[in-house]
Design a protein around this ligand. Structure first.
Ligand code: PLP
Length: 367
C-alpha cells in the first residue's frame, strides 16, 4: 500500500476543482475583495447552517475567539475558564484581552471541559467559560450553561474543530452566548488560507463583533469604538460557500470511516474515542490512546502511515505559559492523555481499504 498521509487537501480540491475555480474567477472578475456580497451571503448561510441568527466573518479562528471575548466585554481583571488540553489559540485569545486564563482539567471520555472541573474554578471574577468541542466531539454543554447563566457568566463555544457537530440535536455554535469557528485549511470546513467566523443569536453581541472586526466603524472612517482589522475576504468566502454544500456529506463520510476504525480496533487495549449518545461527533480527528504511543507512532511511520499528536504538550506546561501557575501534576487527566494520544489518519477522501490497512498495522504492533 502506498503512503497514507495524515491529511490530503489536494484530493479534496480535486473533487470540487471546477466549482472552486469558477468561484475564484467570479470574484476576480467582480473586482470586490473585502466585505462584499460573497462574505455577507456566506455569513448568512453559515449562521443558518448553525441555526443561529448572525455570522460575522473574521480573519482567523483565533480572532473569532478574541472578538467574541471582547464582545462579551472580557478585559483585564477578569478570569476566563478554559481547558489546557486545546490548541494554544484558545488560551492565546484570552490573553490578548488582558484577562487571566483559568485552566481546568477535562472529562477523560470526551476530552472536553466538564462541570465537575469548572465548578471549583468559578470565582467572582469569572466572566466567561470556553468549552472547546475538541476533535469534533461536543462538550457536555447543558450543565455548563445551567451553572453559567444565573451567574451572568458568558459561555463562548470554541467550535474550531466541530463544524456541523450536534449536541442534543442542535448544531454546536448555537448553544452558548457566542461561538468561534476557524476555517484554517485542515478544519472540517477549511478555506484556502486563513479564515474564521463569530456566530451568535444575540443581536447586541453580533453588533459589537461587527464593529470590532473593522476599526469600530459603523460608517466608514468614523470609529464608534476601538476596534481592529480582522475580516474574512471575498475569495475565501466564495470558496467556503462551495465547500459548505459538501460539509454534511464529508462529515457523514468521516463518521462512516470512524465507525470502520471502531469496529476493526474493538476489543484491544487501545482506548478508542467515545461517541456520546446525545451528540453527533464529526471526527475532526480520530484520536486513540495507547501507553506506548511513541513506539506505535514510529512503527506506523515505518509502514508509511503518517499520524499526528493533538497536542503533545498541554498549554499549561508550554514555556510561554508556565507563568500561569499550573505546575506539572496540577491537571492530571490532561497530562496523562497528552503522553498517550495519537491521531490516526481520518478525512473524507480516505478509503475503507486504507482504514483497514492502518488498523491492521496498529493491531500488528499492539498484539
Ligand atoms: C480548538 C481550536 N481553537 C482555535 C483555533 C484557532 O483557529 P485559527 O488557526 O484559525 O486561528 C484552532 C485552530 O488552530 C483550534 O483547533
Amino acid at each position: 500500500m502506498s503512503e497514507i498521509f495524515a491529511l490530503d487537501l489536494q484530493a479534496q480540491y480535486e473533487s470540487i476543482r471546477a466549482e472552486i475555480d469558477s468561484a475564484i474567477q467570479q470574484v476576480l472578475s467582480k473586482g470586490s475583495f473585502i466585505l462584499g456580497d460573497e462574505v455577507s451571503v456566506f455569513e448568512a448561510e453559515f449562521a443558518k447552517y448553525c441555526r443561529a441568527s448572525h455570522g460575522i466573518g473574521v480573519g482567523t479562528g483565533t480572532d473569532a475567539l478574541f472578538l467574541s471575548l471582547l464582545s462579551c466585554e472580557v478585559q483585564t481583571g477578569d478570569e476566563v475558564i478554559a481547558p489546557s488540553h486545546t490548541a494554544v489559540a484558545t488560551i492565546a485569545a484570552i490573553e490578548l484581552t488582558g484577562a487571566k486564563p483559568v485552566l481546568v482539567d477535562i472529562d477523560i471520555q470526551r476530552y472536553t471541559l466538564d462541570l465537575q472541573h469548572i465548578e471549583k474554578a468559578i470565582t467572582k471574577k469569572t466572566k466567561a467559560i470556553i468549552p472547546v468541542h475538541l476533535y469534533g466531539c461536543p462538550a457536555n454543554l447543558e450543565p455548563i450553561i445551567e451553572v453559567a447563566r444565573p451567574k451572568n457568566i458568558f459561555v463562548i463555544e470554541d467550535c474550531a474543530q466541530a463544524h456541523g457537530a450536534k449536541y442534543h440535536g442542535q448544531p454546536v455554535g448555537s448553544h452558548g452566548d457566542i461561538a468561534a469557528f476557524s476555517f484554517y485549511p485542515t478544519k472540517n470546513l477549511g478555506a484556502f488560507g486563513d479564515g474564521g467566523m463569530v456566530v451568535t443569536d444575540n443581536s447586541a453581541l453580533a453588533e459589537k463583533a461587527t464593529l470590532l472586526r473593522q476599526y469600530g466603524w459603523k460608517n466608514r472612517y468614523i470609529s464608534q469604538i476601538k476596534g481592529t482589522n480582522s475580516r474574512l475576504d471575498e475569495l475565501q468566502a466564495a470558496m467556503l460557500r462551495v465547500k459548505l454544500k459538501y460539509l454534511d456529506i464529508w462529515n457523514r463520510r468521516r463518521r462512516e470511516l470512524a465507525n470502520h476504525y471502531l469496529r476493526l480496533l474493538a476489543d484491544t487495549n487501545l482506548i478508542l474515542p467515545t461517541q456520546p449518545s446525545d451528540c453527533e461527533h464529526v471526527y475532526h480527528q480520530f484520536v486513540v490512546r495507547y501507553s506506548k504511543r511513541d513506539d506505535l507512532q514510529k512503527f506506523l511511520q515505518q509502514k508509511g502511515i503518517h499520524t499526528a499528536i493533538h497536542y503533545p504538550v498541554p498549554v499549561h506546561l508550554q514555556p510561554a505559559y508556565t507563568n500561569l501557575g499550573y505546575p506539572k501534576g496540577s491537571l492530571p487527566n490532561t497530562e496523562k492523555i497528552s503522553t498517550e494520544i495519537l491521531s490516526l489518519p481520518l478525512y473524507p477522501e480516505l478509503t475503507e481499504e486504507q482504514v483497514k490497512f492502518v488498523s491492521e498495522c496498529v493491531l500488528e504492533f499492539i498484539n
